[in-house]
Design a protein around this ligand. Structure first.
Ligand code: SF4
Length: 281
């Protein structure tokens, strides 16, 4: 049995942003709190069966802060010994929320693609035309650090931000981890973003400009997401980017996760190269 120590539970399809390249679009409805706990229990059982002591559930979306049971679910996952991280666009994140998560959430990831208002708006990274500015991001990052939570910044690289210098962003936020993701297309999900796609060479050139940053960014090219990113969709079904197209493989509400994984064509080498030693990459 392969040991997958990080599972992304996309608790909601809803988002206050409307990024053109968004691949987190699920047609399934959100789970009730009872069902969501069953899903978390199932993942925790899988970790135990595999002897994974640092298993982590990454709550994602859509925007996970829009899932009304998020805090209770975090409390629950923490109470049964599962590590928890959250990935958010940051717009709804508050200092109070971060304080509430202290001691329960090991890492908060914030996705930031640009410091330019017009670029963010053109991507759709805005809520009623309002974007997130650097001052606000710095304040959130300080609170995250104060609460001894690891901070990760994710940047999706596309034609829209390929030429932007984002150094000031990373130097100001001082994240523990930086990840660059080459914008990728999932057939039938975000095809309309095709015009913003960049080549692997362009992505590599972008990444090389930030090599001297500390910490050095982790770079994920388009192909590295395929068959390697464990997704549980809002209804609790295991979903995989299988060669550039989504495929689902059974429900964690009814079937042991270890059984579902036997049917899924996971690429364990890709998974292992993303996550080393259970830490967020
Ligand atoms: S912030 Fe994330 S989930 Fe929301 S629309 Fe953008 S990519 Fe999708």
């Amino acid at each position: 049995m392969n040991n997958y120590s990080v599972v992304n539970y996309h608790v909601t399809n809803r988002c206050n942003f409307h990024c053109s390249y968004c691949f987190a679009k699920f047609k399934e409805p959100e789970a009730s709190l009872t069902d969501a706990k069953t899903i978390v229990d199932n993942i925790a059982s899988y970790f135990r069966e595999c002897g994974i002591t640092d298993g982590r559930i990454n709550f994602a979306g859509g925007e996970p802060l829009l899932y009304r049971h998020l805090d209770e679910l975090i409390d629950y996952a923490h109470s049964i010994g599962v590590l928890v991280s959250v990935i958010s666009n940051g717009f709804l994140l508050t200092e109070e929320r971060i304080e509430r998560w202290k001691g329960k959430v090991s890492c908060i990831g914030i996705s930031v693609d640009s410091l330019r208002d017009n670029t963010n708006r053109s991507i759709g990274r805005c809520c009623e035309e309002k974007t997130l500015d650097l001052k606000r991001l710095v304040s959130l990052s300080q609170k995250i650090r104060e609460c001894s939570i690891e901070l990760k910044v994710n940047t999706v690289v596309s034609k829209r931000n390929l030429d932007e210098d984002l150094t000031a962003l990373y130097l100001s936020l001082k994240p523990d981890r930086i990840k660059f993701l080459q914008m990728h297309l999932i057939r039938g999900v975000n095809d309309k973003a095709e015009a913003d796609r960049i080549t692997e060479e362009e992505f590599k050139a972008f990444c090389s400009r930030y090599q001297s940053l500390s910490p050095e960014p982790v770079c994920e090219s388009e192909g590295s997401m395929e068959n390697s990113y464990l997704m549980v969709n809002p209804a609790g079904k295991f979903q995989l980017n299988n060669g550039g197209r989504y495929e689902t493989f059974g429900s964690l509400k009814t079937t042991p996760f270890s059984e579902i994984l036997k049917k899924a064509p996971m690429d364990s080498d890709k998974f292992n190269s993303r996550y080393t030693g259970g830490r967020v990459q």
